[in-house]
Design a binder for this molecule. Structure first.
Ligand code: GDP
Length: 329
């Protein structure tokens, strides 16, 4: 049987920079067992005041755009420049593909051996809600540990990007040269969320195409609404393979941080925390309702009535929810 650490041991280990304890604490926050959840919440409460000091970066782009190559190059560039970097992944699709796409250990090979970096794939088999909850908590633990840059990577082009946008300070979108094709793969809403667009693979025969794409995207982002604080999305080119453009990418992040100042992030993050609170209440209520054994029969009965067209879904839902809360009072 695994030896259970106490809350104090977890918290002290994290604050003392023990990577093994950090990994264990993340496993704990990923657990759905009630006893683990209780312990995880205590560890989070104890470490909260040591968190919050990083810059949180989101990174997305279609599969094949070069996210892992970029993170390997950019992360290494950052650690060479004195930063400590944690890379987290949000990959709810792993539930379907039965194995995390982002969890592949051979990705980011150099960074995974870097003692100033820490890579953690998303838990396999989670729902988007579950994965984003644990990612938020993992961010907090990594910050308390002392990572100054948290990179959150997402795969896919949809819900998970929106979720990640709500937990980072700066959102980067990797694109390929050849703007026309790319625009079709990335939803416009995601482009509009980007604080920076990096056109990757700007090397060899693609270099000219990449520069052209930069001009096109720079035009496109001018039409997007300005961010709170007046930030205008920036566009740059890079080559993750040849490791060019890393400094430009980091300078964008630094400009953004400077423009916001410390207070800017504080208000962004407190708004995100409120959103997180409300989201968590919704998940908890949902879990409590659907996990309540007393509701099972009533739910089956209402499902039949709705399927057979005997009751409008809204009426059925209201009856069930009322009976749930009556049972509680
Ligand atoms: P991901 O699916 O977005 O994580 O993409 P990968 O990082 O796995 O890269 C997909 C392919 O593109 C790999 O074969 C990489 O070697 C290649 N690649 C990534 N970055 C670059 C780049 O900057 N230039 C070129 N030419 N190829 C790249």
């Amino acid at each position: 049987m695994r030896k259970r650490l106490t809350t104090r041991e977890y918290a002290d280990g994290i604050l003392a920079g023990q990577r093994g304890i950090l990994s264990k604490a993340i496993t704990l926050v990923e657990s759905t067992l009630p006893a683990d959840r209780d312990l995880a919440e205590e560890v989070l409460s104890l470490t909260l005041r040591h968190a919050g000091k990083s810059i949180r970066l989101g990174l997305t782009g279609v599969p094949g755009v070069g996210k892992s190559t970029f993170i390997d190059a950019f992360g290494t560039w950052l650690t060479q420049n004195g930063e400590k970097v944690a890379v987290l992944a949000v990959d709810p699709s792993s539930q379907l593909s039965r194995g995390s796409i982002l969890g592949d250990k051979t990705r980011m090979e150099r960074l995974s051996r870097d003692e100033n970096a820490f890579i953690r794939p998303s838990p396999a088999g989670g729902s988007l809600g579950g994965v984003t909850r644990t990612t938020r908590e993992t961010i907090q633990l990594c910050e308390a540990f002392g990572f100054g840059v948290i990179l959150v990577e997402t795969v896919g082009v949809g819900q998970s990007e929106i979720a990640v946008h709500s937990m980072v300070d700066f959102f980067m979108l990797l694109m390929l040269p050849g703007a026309g094709d790319e625009l079709q793969g990335i939803k416009k809403g995601i482009m509009e969320m980007a604080d920076a667009i990096l056109i990757n693979k700007a090397d060899g025969p693609n270099l000219e195409k990449a520069r052209l794409a930069r001009a096109q995207y720079a035009n496109a982002v001018r039409l997007f609404p300005a961010r709170p604080g007046g930030w205008r999305p920036k566009v740059a080119v890079c080559s993750a393979l040849e490791e060019t453009g890393m400094q430009d990418a980091w300078e964008m992040v630094r400009d953004f941080r400077e423009m916001h100042g410390k207070d800017g992030f504080a208000s962004l993050r407190s708004a995100q925390n409120l959103e997180w609170l409300h989201e968590t209440i919704r998940w908890m209520l949902e879990d409590a309702f659907f996990g309540n054994s007393h509701m099972k029969n009533g739910l089956l009965e209402m499902e039949t009535k709705v399927r057979e067209g005997k009751l409008p879904p809204t009426v059925a839902a209201r009856k069930l929810v009322s009976s749930y809360f009556q049972g509680k009072s």
